[in-house]
Design a protein. Sequence first.
Length: 216
Amino acid sequence: MIDPKRAALVMIDMQKGFISPDSSLCVAGAQATVPACARALRAARSAGMAVFHVRRTYAADGSDVEPVRYRTWLEGGRPLCREGDDPSLVDAPDELQPENGDRVIEKPRFSALFATDLDAILRTDGIDTLVLIGTTTPNCIRSTCYDALSLNYNVAVIEDCTSSRTPEVQRANIEDMAFIGAYVLDCATFCEKGLSGMPDVLGDFSEAVRASQEGR
């Protein structure tokens, strides 16, 4: 069983720039997940889990935009930029705004663990389990999942709190993350039972290594 004090809910890119149908960077499935993400946030806070809001904000000159996204960003009015056509696209919807005790992390690329201080904060706080929600599943969620597994975290993904451009893309990426070792659950289970059904893969691994070393 995972102790909630060892776990963090990490919500990635749930900003209007990725949610609003008027944004050139809109993810088709993101808007529908807002209520579930809000429920997951409330459940995590109630359980005493750390909560991180990981988000993307672009410079006015576009110098920090991902090259593969630059043309869409520029021609679409520079969403997720305070100097863009609609500065409000940087922000999260009201129901997903940070509350007291939540922390906000700015990331420069897809993964929440790439070139950020998230890993250092988690280790300082004794957190070894990440619960991922947000958008998009094949990009930011998946890259964060794989980086977290590579850094020896337990990883859970709340499936209906994540989104992709099509149901087929969503299903394939969830299946891949589950196959490689992420624990997949739905929002209702998380809100009702927390992480009580999640195996402590990292704990079991650490214990097995310790026993092997002691037995040499």
